[in-house]
Design a protein around this ligand. Sequence first.
Ligand code: PDD
Length: 285
Amino acid sequence: MIVFLNDKFVPLEKAKVSVFDRGFLFADGVYEFIRTYNNKLFEFEAHINRLKYSLNELKINFNDFDKIKDIILKLAVINNFTEKEFEVYIQITRGYQFPRKHNFNEDINPTVFIFLNESENLRDKLNKGVKVILEEDKRWNRCDIKSISLIPAVLAKTKALKSSAFESIFTKDNKILEGSHTNFFGVYKNEVYTAPLSNLILSGITRKVVIKLCRANNIKVNEEYIKLDELNFFEEFFITGTKTEITPVVQINDKLVNNGMPGKLTSIIQKYFYDYINSQRNSLT
Ligand code: PDD
């Protein structure tokens, strides 16, 4: 496997960074995760815009956004992925700084790491619907930044899997926010609800597409918090994410949703989503 690290295409075994990289010492960095559909990078510009936003908020010096697509295409060619569906992981840390100190030097070069993975088809597994558990949000107050500092998400996801669930959904002060790696939606009286954009959630690209598709198809979307004490009124739930796509939620903690079956509106929105994906141009651009 060939990966991209700091201006070079190198075999994975040769991809090494310093232990004084601020990503290693302070989790001082950001990332993006993109996938292809029909050999096209899905919502590429939206992902790059979110990357720019994360970097800008953290004042990390990186401006070579124009080169990213070429790097991905070259990685796809070298790794024989051009005919396959793949996922892209992009991580940019603030870079190497010695000696260790909290405050960062303004002039250090960021560390850029990009690798591709073959996409796994999770639909058969996830489309039956998943269990989620609710978890108090212990993350920092800037969840709008896609930071590599993911400890609360790591712990919450691990706890979910140990509880035979797929995902943990973070709650705060009676508000339902989002999952450890997904956005969260509910359906009440044929209208869709999801947390509004703020510092408390990541602005998910799949979330954005889902909202757009709902509105284009006259399904009302309310960007309003689903409250913990109103959860029982909701008829359907689903989670969204690049890897998870639109996954029905059929159980929350010990309580079945919709008798443990994917919701009707959820399935309709899923269909709009698949149609949208299939309408994407068929080229690796
Ligand atoms: N996670 N919320 C959080 C906290 C996330 O980490 C993610 C994505 C999402 C969904 O965003 P999108 O639709 O843009 O994938 C929501 C990625 C996939 C990850 O951590 O690997």
